[in-house]
Design a protein around this ligand. Structure first.
Ligand code: ATP
Ligand code: MG
Length: 393
């Protein structure tokens, strides 16, 4: 027996109790789906790990896809060998040789307690074998250039070197569904990614105000969602026709309260859409203090109208850290394309950072916004943004 395979480690998922199999089954399903183009792969979905037999598929290509599956803590390219010291030692020595490293250590985990040799002794014996067959090899238990891992389980022993970090979090869909407010900016796609990584399936809502906002913004939203399709293969998008309400708000609220009132209306509309489509919570890319509408004072006044919990994964992030994630996941270059947002099309002088609630109520009492909010909720344009238009998850 000698097979190239991938061992998937669960990370935080492994801390789950009774319902762990629900998590693992979903992770298995999502993993298989992410790797659907690699026809020769074979999967074993077990309580502790997922094993993927490569059957000559290219590890680097498979690895690129695996890195985007939420719920995977880490994974490693491993060889399965017979459970005898000779097979294990030979494979470990081969791995060491191929690594072209100098210092090493051997680390053994014995999940099969029936295996007659204790972990430390396995490590010593395997280390001895590596030293004997590789004259340049040197043991360094504290800072080795390579750690050779031996993992002994009931069905086989596995030998591997580098563990590759996965996305972490939970399998997509396990945590339910959220409606994410997606602008064309840098922050909201990153917030969406962080939600997905945590196992939350997303639907997205975008407020468009044509002709003030152009088709270029919608194209941008589509492009951003296509990048996010790497993490969630099918994303439903609601485009809200916001022009009439926005014009009215600008007329009645004046420049300093316009954004506060607009945000409250957006929240009411998002709440309505979320009720209609069974989204459990709302989410978005706000970060404390980033702009006037994101001070704690503003958030309190805006959220007065909210009916769903509002999750802000970026609340405590600095912009530079958000940009780093955006670059990492590939949304940054799309986000910085010039665009008009419905919140920025009118030049607003001195938006309030400490809005007064009485003043806000007074402005809202001065016009009949309910019918306009109702129209926005019920006249959304609905689209499915998928990896491929024929395929739905
Ligand atoms: P981003 O925050 O995405 O970089 P931005 O900085 O231009 O874009 P802000 O004014 O900071 O947007 O808005 C804060 C949040 O409000 C956004 O992250 C997004 O969740 C939501 N939002 C703003 N504009 C829109 C819009 N036109 N449609 C949907 N959501 C929006
Ligand atoms: Mg922002």
């Amino acid at each position: 027996m000698n097979t190239d395979m991938i061992i998937v480690f669960f990370g935080e998922l492994g801390t789950k109790g009774k319902n762990i199999m629900d998590f693992i089954r979903l992770l298995g399903k999502n993993t298989k789906y992410a790797l659907r183009d690699f026809k020769s792969l074979e999967f074993e979905i077990k309580k502790d790990h997922i094993y993927i037999h490569l059957n000559d598929e290219d590890f680097e290509e498979v690895s690129k896809k695996l890195k985007k599956v939420a719920g995977i803590g880490s994974f490693a390219l491993a060889k399965a060998v017979n459970k005898d010291m000779e097979s294990i030692s030979m494979e470990a020595s081969e791995l060491y040789k191929k690594s072209n490293k100098h210092t090493f250590k051997v680390n053994t985990k014995r999940a099969d307690k029936e295996f007659p040799i204790h972990s430390d002794e396995v490590s010593r014996k395997v280390g001895g074998y590596i030293l004997k067959h590789n004259p340049q090899a040197k043991v360094d238990v504290h800072h080795p250039e390579i750690s050779v891992e031996v993992y002994i389980r009931p069905e086989a022993a596995y030998v591997y070197g580098i563990k590759i970090k996965g996305l972490g979090g939970y399998p997509l869909g396990i945590a339910g569904k959220s409606l994410c407010l997606l602008s064309g900016g840098i922050d909201s796609p990153v917030a969406a990614y962080l939600m997905m990584k945590r196992g939350v399936k997303l639907e997205c809502i975008h407020f468009a105000a044509p002709p003030y906002t152009s088709q270029a913004v919608i194209d941008k939203i589509h492009d951003l969602l296509h990048v996010l399709n790497d993490y969630q293969p099918d994303i439903k998008l609601y485009i809200v026709p916001f022009t009439n309400l926005e014009r009215k708000i600008y007329e009645v609220a004046g420049p300093s309260y316009c954004v506060t009132i607009m945000r409250r209306m957006m929240l009411r509309i998002a709440d309505g859409v979320a009720w209609k489509h069974n989204d459990l919570v709302l989410s978005g890319g706000e970060s404390i203090g980033q702009v006037a509408s994101q001070t704690l004072y503003s958030m309190q006044v805006i959220e007065e109208v909210g009916q769903h919990p509002f999750i802000r994964p970026l609340a405590t992030y600095d912009k530079m850290d958000i940009i780093d994630i955006a670059k990492d996941i590939g949304t940054y270059d799309i986000s910085i394309r010039p665009y008009e947002d419905c919140c920025t099309i009118f030049t607003l002088k001195d938006p309030v950072t400490h809005p007064n609630l009485d003043k806000v109520h007074e402005i809202e009492d001065s016009f009949d916004w309910k019918i306009m909010v109702h129209d926005c909720i019920h006249n959304c344009q609905v689209e499915h943004i998928s990896v491929s238009q024929e395929e739905e998850f």
